[in-house]
Design a protein around this ligand. Sequence first.
Ligand code: AMP
Ligand code: GLY
Length: 435
Amino acid sequence: MAGQHTVLIVGSGGREHAFGWAFSRDARIGKIWFAPGNAGTAEVGENLPLAATDEQGLVAWAAKEKPSLVVVGPEAPLCAGLADRLRAQGLRVFGPGKEGARLEGSKSFCKELLVRQKIPTARAGSFQKLEEAIRFSESLPCPQVVKADGLAAGKGVVIAGSHAEAAQAIRQMMAERLFGEAGATVLIEEFLEGEELSVHAVTDGNNLVILPGAQDHKRVGEGDTGPNTGGMGAYAPAPKATPELLREVKDRILVPTLQGLVDLGIPYRGVLYAGLMLTRSGPKVLEYNCRFGDPETQVLLPLLETPLWDLLGAAADGNLAGLPVKIRSGAALTVVLAAPGYPSVPVLGQGIRIGPAQPDSHLFHAGTQTGRNGIAVAGGRVLAATGWGANLEIARQRAYALVAEVSFPGMQFRRDIGHRALPSGGQDRDRAEFR
Ligand code: AMP
Ligand code: GLY
């Protein structure tokens, strides 16, 4: 029987559109809802007038409609305990409960677990008193890293080049409460050097399925310059993530993390997304996220041959052990199209022109909304153009061919996505052709 399953996807970003896109290609799925979704998700399902953080509204809606699976995209509702409340209604949910989500929601909780499990990570101290934090900071060489303990929308991390800068960041977080209660505790840690790698492991609390290693581009500007963002582009598999490296990440990092959760009696059904630094002395954990990465999801899902329904459903059921998970050969690359002014104050409301679809690619929507005059910019990261193919270079060409079909006033994007992995450095080869 076709189309008997239904899915509720909580969130409104490119990640959630990518989930919806993957589910929409599965004939067994009859209906997809998004809460609240965006202009792109409305094309593959129905957008509900419910914010991702409207816990009461979501629980009431889900208890009535009984979707066959709920996938919670962002960290805020997970950290608030949405998955627990949905499970209490007897629903199948992909995403950890409040306790498990602390891996992302409290950097000191995460660090304690890492240290307890002897998992490689930066040396750090956690403080609730300003004077103690400053004293520790002064004892640590610079650069050093100051982190607000709680969720701060990706802004609570400061790389301090001097002790004065570190002290200022500590004061802003602890005394001035720049990030509210998220800064009541701060973590101060040693600076790690290397390339970053995102490793996603889907888990049912006992078993792990490791997805290809992905690399994000955090800085807004080409050549990795300018302020940090939520992510300006990504690709997978990252050549640095060799089978040997992934085996090491599994054995030394992911398996002991899951064991640490088991020891604490925390059931975890969702994804463990390890943000790693590949240092000269091996991979070390920078942070854990309790949800899929954005824009990493927009490159991981096109590479997933196993239906997303099977993978996330098995994790939600605690039943991953027997599931054969297949990954396609080849590569995928995504380019984020951002609003002017992003990441500080994005300018919103402009109309978006979107040309015809292109082969082996897909345009995932994030900050978009449908208005009277068509689709308009409604968030900092607006769209993610993903291409895929036999190798990274082909994926890159397809992604940028799709970018060429999109425009809105002030659209900004990086022309060098994939530069670490491609011999041409991404953009240089194209330029040479036109010379
Ligand atoms: P986090 O939210 O902890 O991942 O931090 C955000 C970003 O800050 C990371 O993606 C890194 O680019 C950087 N970062 C965090 N911790 C460190 C560290 N110990 N050393 C160097 N860079 C770091
Ligand atoms: N791409 C970074 C994140 O999702 O946190």
